[in-house]
Design a protein around this ligand. Structure first.
Ligand code: BMA
Length: 330
């Protein structure tokens, strides 16, 4: 018998968790009290969604896509004791700048948050005369330094790996256009210093099942396992009623993550509940963060619902592998 895949990540004893329903058939199941954040979550904002969460010092921290009443998204910092109830700051993260020319703000959205060695990095969709990948670092969640944008425009869904690979920082991203991009595949890039990015590799393309026929983009920071990196990602189909965003999973090679080892042909989470099908943009499940407890293999996925709500869903390392085994994409 093959040994079961082991998560290679720190333990999070306090990871938010609910068991699936006894008759549950799905590899991913929703938190029963979703959404965590609903309309008008803080006075300055009508919606908080597509946000990033990390376990930190026995509790949880997050960077939140906070949509103001002028419709412009900004990044806010938040804390939670249990990963469920969030205390989100009333003002945007006050970035310092590594270089003064970075001091321009038009919008900031879809953050990801990762710890690499002793530093925490935020990546997000930033404006550089069109969308690209903004990067910032902090060591204490008090002082945040915005660094060089990773790429030329146009690009979205910049997701760092949680450790160096082959001695270099590594990032997934999705080259795009200036608007609602009707195409898109996932690429891999490396950097020796978080400033200069290169050695770009193609990772995987849209296509296969219709749910991911239009475009795909990396979701949460990849989860390291004994078999490779588990990548949760979003896939989009263009329907006669607009784009529909679902979530899928693939396994990337440990040392050469541009090589796809396995990929599930089916979506694992599709817009279905009212807080996913109805909102500012209907029919969106958009994962941006996943906590994984190394001891149990439990995974808590944070995703945006309908560009309006912050939601939570659960799975395990084992169940994601099982889904890829049962429904392989060929
Ligand atoms: C994408 C991004 C996401 C959003 C999605 C659906 O292009 O802007 O932030 O959730 O569209 O509107």
């Amino acid at each position: 018998m093959r040994p079961s895949p082991r998560p290679l990540c720190p333990d999070i004893p306090a990871i938010p968790w609910q068991e699936p329903e006894p008759d549950g058939r799905d590899a991913v199941w929703r938190y029963r009290d979703n959404p965590l954040l609903d309309w008008d979550p803080i006075p300055c904002a009508s919606r908080i969604f597509n946000s990033a969460v990390l376990a930190h010092e026995g509790a949880f921290v997050g960077v939140f896509r906070t949509e103001y009443h002028d419709g412009i998204p900004r990044l806010h910092f938040g804390r939670s004791r249990d990963g469920l109830a969030w205390n989100i700051e009333e003002t945007p993260i006050p970035f310092d700048y590594e270089d003064e020319s970075l001091r321009r703000f038009h919008y900031a959205y879809d953050p990801r948050l990762v710890r690499i060695e002793d530093t925490f990095y935020i990546t997000w969709c930033n404006d550089l005369h069109g969308p690209t990948i903004g990067v910032a670092r902090t060591t204490d969640f008090r002082t945040f330094v915005q660094m060089e944008n990773a790429f030329l425009p146009y690009n979205r869904n910049g997701v760092l790996f949680p450790r160096r690979i082959g001695g270099r920082f590594a990032m997934l991203s999705r080259p795009s256009d200036t608007g609602h991009t009707p195409f898109g595949d996932i690429f891999y890039s490396e950097s020796p210093d978080m400033t200069f990015w290169g050695r770009h590799r193609h990772v995987m393309s849209r296509g296969g099942g219709w749910w991911q026929g239009l475009k795909i983009g990396a979701g949460p920071v990849p989860i390291e396992t004994s078999e490779g990196w588990l990548l949760l990602y979003h896939g989009v189909v263009n329907t006669c009623n607009g784009y529909v965003y679902s979530m899928g999973v693939a396994l990337l090679d440990s040392d050469e993550p541009w090589r796809v080892r396995q990929r599930c042909a089916n979506s694992l989470l599709r817009p279905q509940k009212p807080y996913e099908t109805t909102g500012f943009v209907p029919n969106v499940c958009f994962p941006c963060a996943a906590l994984c407890d190394g001891a149990s293999g439990r995974i808590a996925i944070y995703y945006g619902g309908a560009d309006t709500t912050t939601c939570l869903a659960f799975t395990t390392v084992e169940m994601l592998f099982e889904a890829m085994r049962r429904h392989p994409q060929r």
